[in-house]
Ligand binder design. Structure first.
Ligand code: HEC
Length: 104
């Protein structure tokens, strides 16, 4: 019974995300990226080095099929090689909006 709850929360997150992505603030996303992501990813064009093993945000934004809602969801689900950053939904949406802006 209790094992079903995470799935339900995920479903709620998925249905709520397009809304959050619309209200996203890329400028705040940039601040968050520089604070939380720059140790590993190159997050801005003026950043010289990150961890070279990891995709820069400008490359992530150019992956075919990439979109802000999917990215925000990716950031909210824990995944192996990245630390769990406990982002709020609006932080994830702001980050996603910022990463999208880096692909332009
Ligand atoms: C401790 C290092 C580290 C930090 C900090 C980190 N990442 Fe990552 N990130 C990785 C690694 C390593 C991968 C590759 C994961 C894989 O190959 O499974 C990755 C992959 C990604 C991907 C998927 C790229 C793809 O090709 O699918 C995204 C999006 C991403 N990171 C965004 C972020 C954001 C946004 C932050 C800041 C909130 C962040 N990362 C912080 C190490 C990090």
């Amino acid at each position: 019974m209790s094992r079903k709850i995470p799935g339900l929360l995920l479903l709620i997150a998925v249905t709520a995300l397009p809304q959050a992505a619309l209200a996203a603030d890329a400028a705040n996303g940039e601040k968050l990226a520089k604070r939380w992501c720059a140790a590993c990813h190159v997050v801005a064009s003026d950043q010289k080095s990150g961890n070279t093993q990891v995709a820069p945000f400008s490359a992530i934004a150019k992956v075919p099929g990439f979109d802000a809602a999917k990215l925000a969801l990716y950031l909210l689900t824990p995944h192996p090689k990245m630390p769990d950053m406990n982002l709020t939904r609006s932080e994830a949406a702001d980050l996603a909006a910022y990463i999208v802006s880096q692909g332009r």
